[in-house]
Design a protein. Structure first.
Length: 402
């Protein structure tokens, strides 16, 4: 796979914000050195956020997010601004593009306060410096209002673009690329057994993204991955001349895999590995225990980070709700969201059950966990919930206690 095939969830997400006609789209084109975004003198050319996966040297694989102007007007304009603010939940680094001929505005100041609260690093991009005569005065005025990294650019004349790329690298936070899936749990030359069911939900001719990413992490570590279906696991383990360091399974076959894997071999699931890498595993574990506190009439939100065609045995639509009903014995109401939509009113739910978030970046998943936590709504992910209902949660967490 080329860098352009790198999953969006592990790319650095760079949000581009600013007033209308500050030159956000022009800055994107200058950074990418291509006509990636539509540029126009018409106010509000960019409406909804646009996600542009790119490979930008020396930054590497990233996603540039072009947003609507912070000063958009009217009822529709308010909706566009809200959509732009939603992008903050996914943003690793923010670029605030400022028209140098106008300077810092109230909307820019409000945005910087939001970024500080969310602890998102940001860079002030003073665009259109080709139109001003006294750059030093501009810089001094901006510094008096905001203390932040600042780069003067002209997207038109390609001035300051390389300096901007270097500054992006300087402020780049620890990303999900630095948070390992499994390689920190194993040693080079170890081997790992992966249990991959082939059912209706399995995409024809390929593995799903979590399985691909775990395999790649194992190989990058100089370790060996052995991939089997659940009905081949027992024979495979018996045929090996030494025990694997760990067995990683799809959560849906936890029960049978738990029986086939000897107790002296570590066991966990793809979903739990992603809960650790993408979110807050401790908080998701707390959410699992709330299953025993559910009451008749409680509402549960089943949330997924991607959209897909649901099969008759879909894990989110059917298997998880059935497990919860069986465990609780209560009359539960289930509601569902998928893709970038989470929920406007999370307080109406007794519990949120989230997918493994393989299609989301860490910031996006953490923002959902933090939102739930701040409103005292417990949240758990698929793998943690299934392990808990099967009575093997403690076993599946043993790999992380080393």
């Amino acid at each position: 796979m080329s860098l352009n095939s790198t999953p969006q969830s592990v790319r650095v997400h760079i949000g581009i914000f600013g007033k209308r006609n500050a030159g956000k789209s022009s800055v994107i084109n200058a950074i990418t050195n291509q006509e990636a975004a539509i540029v126009s003198d018409v106010l509000g050319t960019t409406t909804d956020p646009v996600f542009r996966p790119m490979e930008i040297l020396p930054i590497g694989p990233c996603v540039l997010i072009d947003t609507a102007g912070l000063d958009d007007v009217g009822e529709l304009g308010k909706l566009r601004i809200n959509k732009s603010m939603d992008v903050l939940d996914k943003t690793d680094i923010a670029l605030i593009v400022i028209d140098s001929s106008i300077g810092i505005c109230e909307e820019d100041l409000i945005l910087t306060e939001k970024l500080k609260l969310k602890k998102i690093p940001y860079i002030l991009v003073l665009n259109k410096v080709d139109k001003i005569s006294d750059k030093s005065k501009l810089i001094e005025n901006v510094k008096n209002k905001i203390n932040a990294p600042m780069i003067c650019v002209s997207s038109k004349d390609k001035i300051g673009i390389e300096e901007l790329k270097k500054e992006i690298i300087n402020v780049m936070p620890q990303s999900s690329n630095d948070l390992k899936l499994v390689s920190d749990l194993i040693k080079p030359k170890d081997f790992v057994v992966l249990v991959v069911p082939i059912d209706k939900a399995a995409p024809k001719g390929r593995l799903i993204l979590p399985q691909q990413q775990v395999i790649r992490d194992i190989l990058d570590n100089g370790s060996t991955a052995i991939v089997v279906k659940e009905d081949e696991l027992k024979d495979t383990l018996e045929s090996l001349n030494k025990k694997p360091s760990i067995v990683i399974t799809d959560s849906q076959v936890f029960e049978s895999v738990n029986k086939d894997v000897p107790k002296d071999i570590l066991l966990t699931s793809f979903s739990i590995l992603f809960a650790r890498q993408k979110g807050d595993l401790d908080e998701l574990i707390k959410g699992a225990y709330y299953l025993d506190k559910l009451k008749d009439g409680d509402k549960i939100l089943i949330a997924e980070g991607c959209t897909h065609h649901r099969q008759s045995d879909d894990i989110g639509k059917f298997k998880i709700p059935n497990l919860i009903r069986q465990r609780s014995g209560k009359d539960i109401i289930f509601e569902f969201t998928s893709g970038t939509t989470f929920t406007e009113d999370i307080t109406q739910y007794a519990l949120v059950v989230h997918c493994g978030a393989c299609m989301m970046n860490r910031n996006a998943m953490l923002s959902r966990i933090e939102k739930s936590k701040s409103l005292n709504v417990p949240i758990v992910n698929y793998g943690v919930l299934i392990a808990y209902t099967k009575g093997i949660l403690d076993r599946t967490l043993e790999p992380f206690k080393l």
